[in-house]
Design a protein around this ligand. Structure first.
Ligand code: BES
Ligand code: ZN
Length: 455
């Protein structure tokens, strides 16, 4: 432990921060098999931390990355609260855009800079340390507690559904709490009552058997890179709606009360979206504000596209193939499997002549919607109020945490989404960061939440 003056660049380094730093130093990148050992080492560190707090802790091996479970002694007559989080992180590329090493956390301007600082190590460790603090202060918790931490969230939780099925008796709970979503602005406590779902796929268009000289053959055979551009263009109407037949069939319309509520939420006006994104202009489905487009409307996104020469200067080649990686964000009551079927039909029907198409499915997750005014929702709002000394705002989220609806399906419990991610946290991007103030607030939030949920 080190004591230093508490200013922006030299905050007091508490043992809690030291623990977060140790957690952040593991490059637990779930998508990269080269980091499988680091993911496991990170899980083992977590396991030791939880055991050290006196919780009965287990590491469960899965076909990919481990699940860590910890619990206190469960007493009859107390509420059972499950806290979920993920200790895996996204890759760090492009690495040259990081100001400091993503796995050597640093504090600058009152923020912790590291991959996973916000998504999700900082937020999930705040829950763990909140419980640790209550245990130190009171000797016990007011609830039966289950921690469930996975190492595969960033790759779509491929093994967690089976794990929940297999352990559903041990994981039975009244309510679930997750801090893996956003906060609209610094100091504005945010309860999210919805998440978008997702379905992903990749299309490869194949033309000639190998790359061709574009002068010798161009004009005589279709160019897969040009074809993929036309195929991608077919996904939207020029004004920004998704042009896939039946895509909007199951979409539940936005409620009037939500529109009224959201128009009052700070930090999410169109001007805020312009500022945070740095885009030259906003663009999206007509008839909706930016926050509405992101929180309550489905989309089709191109996450990656490629084919042909990518190097310096020009190279007159007609590429043999081209690819596009697509994801679709879904809202209630769209179903990922149904949407994927519609997407496949669309891609097959709109594939330009002269190329072959192959579509591979990726991961998916259902959308989630709950009532922020339920008794548990009100308890969450009370805890947010206590932790932040401010009135919480109620929003939905554009991002996805696919396991949340699966919790409801398998465990029969609703999830309270108590996010601490700021709009400029740069999650999934270079220079991810998490304010020290949010980390501290997260610890207080967990403590207040357990008190409120016990009532
Ligand atoms: N924490 C995010 C989701 C998130 C971020 C929700 C900010 C709301 C606000 C989570 O780790 C994530 O990135 N999820 C992925 C899921 C996908 C890989 C299945 C996503 O949303 O892209
Ligand atoms: Zn993420």
């Amino acid at each position: 432990m080190r004591e230093a003056p508490a200013d922006g660049n030299h905050p007091r380094v508490t043992s809690e921060l030291e623990e977060l730093f140790a957690f952040l130093r593991f490059p637990s990148i779930s998508t990269d098999s080269q980091h499988a050992g680091d993911v496991r080492a990170c899980a083992e560190w977590l396991l030791a931390k939880l055991a050290d707090m006196g919780l009965s802790s287990e590491l469960h091996t899965t076909p990919k990355h481990p699940v860590v479970i910890a619990r206190n002694a469960h007493l009859p007559g107390r509420r059972t609260v499950l806290v979920y989080g993920h200790y895996d992180v996204q890759p760090v590329d492009p690495i040259h855009l990081w100001t400091s090493n993503p796995f050597q956390p640093e504090i600058r301007d009152g923020r912790i800079w590291a991959r996973g600082a916000t998504d999700n190590k900082g937020q999930m460790l705040a829950h763990v340390l909140g419980v640790g603090k209550t245990l130190r202060e009171s000797g016990e918790l007011p609830v039966n507690m289950i921690f469930l931490f996975e190492g595969e969230e960033e790759i779509g939780s491929p093994n967690l559904t089976a794990f929940l099925h297999d352990h559903r008796a041990a994981l039975a709970c009244d309510v679930i709490a997750v801090s893996d979503t956003g906060m609209v602005a610094p100091g504005v406590p945010t309860l999210s009552y919805g998440l978008r779902g997702i379905t992903c796929c990749e299309a490869i268009l194949r033309g000639p058997k190998g790359d061709l000289h574009s002068g010798i053959f161009g004009g005589a055979v279709a160019n897969p890179a040009a074809a993929i551009a036309r195929l991608v263009a077919s996904l939207h109407t020029p004004d920004g709606r998704v042009a896939i037949h039946g895509f909007y069939d199951a979409v539940r319309p936005l409620e009037d009360w939500e529109r009224a509520l959201w128009s009052q939420v700070p930090g999410v006006s169109d001007a805020d979206f312009l500022r945070v994104t740095g885009a030259p202009a906003l663009f999206g489905e007509p008839g909706y504000a930016s926050a509405e487009r992101v929180w309550a409307r489905p989309t089709a996104e191109v996450n990656g596209i490629g084919g042909g020469y990518q190097g310096e200067g020009s190279k007159t080649v007609l590429p043999a193939e081209a690819f596009v990686k697509l994801s679709f964000r879904l809202v209630p009551d769209q179903n990922p499997a149904d949407i994927l079927t519609k997407v496949k039909h669309h891609l097959a029907r709109h594939c330009p002549p002269g190329v072959g198409i192959e579509v591979t499915c990726g991961h998916d997750g259902k959308p989630y919607l709950t009532d922020p005014h339920s008794p548990y929702g009100r308890a969450a709002q009370a805890a947010l109020r206590t932790a932040f000394h401010a009135e919480p705002v109620l929003i939905r989220e554009g991002g996805s945490v696919p396991i949340v609806q699966t919790f409801r399906d398998i465990l029969g419990a609703d999830t309270l989404l108590l996010g601490l991610a700021l709009p400029d946290a740069q999650i999934h991007a270079p220079n991810e960061n998490f304010p020290v103030a949010n980390f501290d607030a997260g610890i207080r939030l967990n403590q207040a939440l357990l008190v409120e949920l016990a009532k």
